[in-house]
Design a protein around this ligand. Sequence first.
Ligand code: SF4
Ligand code: SF4
Ligand code: SF4
Ligand code: FES
Length: 943
Amino acid sequence: MTYVPEADLGTPAGRGTETVRVTVDGRTVEVSAGTSVMRAAGEAGINVPKLCATDSLEAFGSCRMCLVEVDGVRGTPASCTTPCTDGMVVTTQSDELGRLRRGVMELYLTDHPADCAGCARGNCEMQALAATVGVAEVRYPRREPARQHASYDETNPYFAYDPAACIVCSRCVRACAETQGTFALTVAGRGLESAISPGGTDFLSSECVSCGACVQACPTSALTEKSVIDLGMPTRAVDTTCAYCGVGCSFRAEVQGQGDGTRVVRMIPSKTGGANEGHSCVKGRFAYGYAHHPDRQLHPLVRDSIDDEWRVVTWEEAIAKVASGFKAIQDEYGIGAIGGISSSRCTNEEVYVVQQMVRAGFGNNNVDTCARVCHSPTGYGLKQTFGTSAGTQDFASVADADVILLIGANPTDAHPVFASRMKRRLREGARLIVADPRRIDLVRSPHVQAAYHLPLQPGSNVAFVNAMANVAVTEGLYDAAFLRERCENVDGYLAFIADPQHSPESVEPITGVPAATLREAARLYASARNSAIYYGLGVTEHSQGSTMVMGMANLAMVTGNIGRRGVGVNPLRGQNNVQGSCDMGSFPHELPGYRHISGDDVRAIYEQRWGRVLDPEPGLRIPNMFDAALTGTFRGVYIQGEDLAQSDPNTQHVQAALRAMDLVVVQDLFLNETARLAHVFLPGTSFLEKDGTFTNAERRINRVRPVFPPRQGKDEWQITCEIAQAMGYPMRYENAAEIMDEIAATTPTFAGVSFAALDAEGSMQWPVTAAAPHGTPTMHVGGFVRGKGLLVETVYVPTTERSNRRYPLILTTGRILTQYNVGSQTRRTDNNAWHLEDILEIHPADAEMRGISTGDLVQLSSRVGSTTLRARVSSRMPPGVVYTTFHHPVTGANVVTTENSDWATNCPEYKVTAVQVGVANARGETDLEAERRRAGVEYAHTP
Ligand code: SF4
Ligand code: SF4
Ligand code: SF4
Ligand code: FES
């Protein structure tokens, strides 16, 4: 697509349900009531000049550039602030309007640098507008406000602020407030001396979270991407999807050049993107440079032993080594001795072929995915209760929520674009309940104040959610009609949950939340018109992760909060394609579409298409693969795009398992921690090279389109197919579209999906069926996928991981905004400006007791391992709980996490690890360890 900027209709669409007809310059157009005259003109294909208006922001009416004439109305009203009325007749061009606009423009230019017309940055609406309205020179004496002499702010790594070019239209200030919800910018000073200020400091030191909304909104080149300053304007654009988190934002990759010589100039979030509607976060908008980082491996590598040096080989040699190695293992140890692990960072098409290769090519079901370690309990819990393993709503649904219950999620860091939506709804008056041990930003941030923050003790989620439901039931706040008509096991569940053992008073010693507060929060949730639950890994990564998911489903059903907009149970998925990798049959027990492998009818569909008999028995999960490797029965694995040695719990155990195998094949962008233990490295592709689809947390299937060809020469699905072929299983596709056609032909929920349909619709939320040809934004309307919703008696069982005298604190983990997961992508971008190392947060009382101050190097030890990192004393933490991220391999926070896992899915219990923290010396040792070393006692990192 050649470069045409996205159209800007000046103001948002009207929200009225009725329509009105207006005539603009002789063209009649029908718009929703409340639409501005400016937007109606835009919809009629007529551009009204504007400076302070843009269609992502509410009209402001300050520049007076957009004046129009309206029949029967005196004067020249501003078209951006004038709503259309039925029968209105508007004129946008006349001699008088031209004269007025030229006068306004001249006044702007008197305060502007004299060389405006010659400025070559190329992305300035005002420069173009001056030419359009016909201002060649300024008749008035020039004025020089102080901002013309203020220095450039180049502190942000991705964009620069040139005060001299600023016209103080406040679009940036409003974008930061309305779109992003951060309120980092203000207009400082008055009149001629007014200027934009990021809170009286520079951008990098300010509250700014570098989302880029202000840069996108700026009509001059005052706020400009540094990449545009360096490279100049783009020449073409490609519509694609962010490859970071599960929000799944749509972007226009704006680029220069063709083929291998393509350079990304900037990423502009698409206004038509269903998930993001024109917004983005710092990762999606700016952190794409890793695709060209010099660490990127572009050639296949092999070695016989992990102690050898890597040898660069051809694709043919590498694939032959993989195939012969896997076949030799199967010949000696049986067909079950190898397996594959797919990645939630890869496309649906890439993941689909991995499970196909394992099931049909390897002849077993030893396939698993990284979703095992994050949202597998979501899949299990929602399937049991509702009948399908996915969230119930689209993101836009939150705009109709009156109460939002946020459990174990930190959207401002982990799902920032959804957080901005949520904050907008909270500013409109929705109430927020935050259940999280840590005082996350949403508890209190500009113009947002949670009604309740319930700092749960890690591991007490099920006791908490049962108490919420107990209050709803015992205080008569439940929806009896909904239960009667739509649910099963109603009497059994009501009797179970009404038991006094589940009351807030009974669980107070477990949750640590005062009973009265929990009771009030439960009343708020249960009594609202629309209450919605959003949750994250703070729910799933527990030994009772699946039970908690079912507990939340119970709560929603008991209160009738399911099956319409504004309600529901919604997982905030971690990686971009977690939903998709699960949908594509990556679990050992399920074929695509969550159909159990034991089903003869389902297996028959694939046996016919793939020409192989499939094993009806589920294969090994990731932890089972590791255990089997250590006992010698599992000896080879193909790992697609996942850094198990860093992301999985109990690193020592993972490393020992990988070391025990004969053939470890890693397919990735970089030589990651897992590749240190691999025998073959197959270079992968970044999202900028992929052709396919990602499915986000709202079941939205988005297209991913290649911006340039695979830098290492092959699509990832092609690599997988070639391994299968070399092993004797003929597996060929012409392109990714053909793989999606097979997915659609074999998976009922994807029946109506194809690349052509996605190109036409923009995106689609599954199920896409004959009954719902455009997709399904809200699930379980009128009935559940499983028929009746199942109320499950969710018995609270305490985790076996408890604090004790030796490990008196509980460690919980999470993410930070600017880094992503194990950091292999973001650490190779300028996002390091914000977060260079993992930090341990500790409550002041716990810190004081241990003599720890902010900035101290501390040692964090659990019963399985220890690591050293820097501390931050923070009252965000409750006493007894410490927190860190796992973005940096040097810290290796998973060295200390244990192998405890969810009873149903084996999802690791990352959120509860009993630990001790002590000040470390320069060697990273605690006092005790230093004493041992000095005494000659063998130093051991594993206590
Ligand atoms: S980049 Fe985002 S957060 Fe920062 S000032 Fe601009 S709009 Fe606000
Ligand atoms: S920086 Fe740009 S958007 Fe902000 S006030 Fe100045 S000209 Fe307007
Ligand atoms: S919110 Fe998530 S999907 Fe959207 S731009 Fe940020 S990282 Fe990408
Ligand atoms: S665009 Fe309407 S007043 Fe500025």
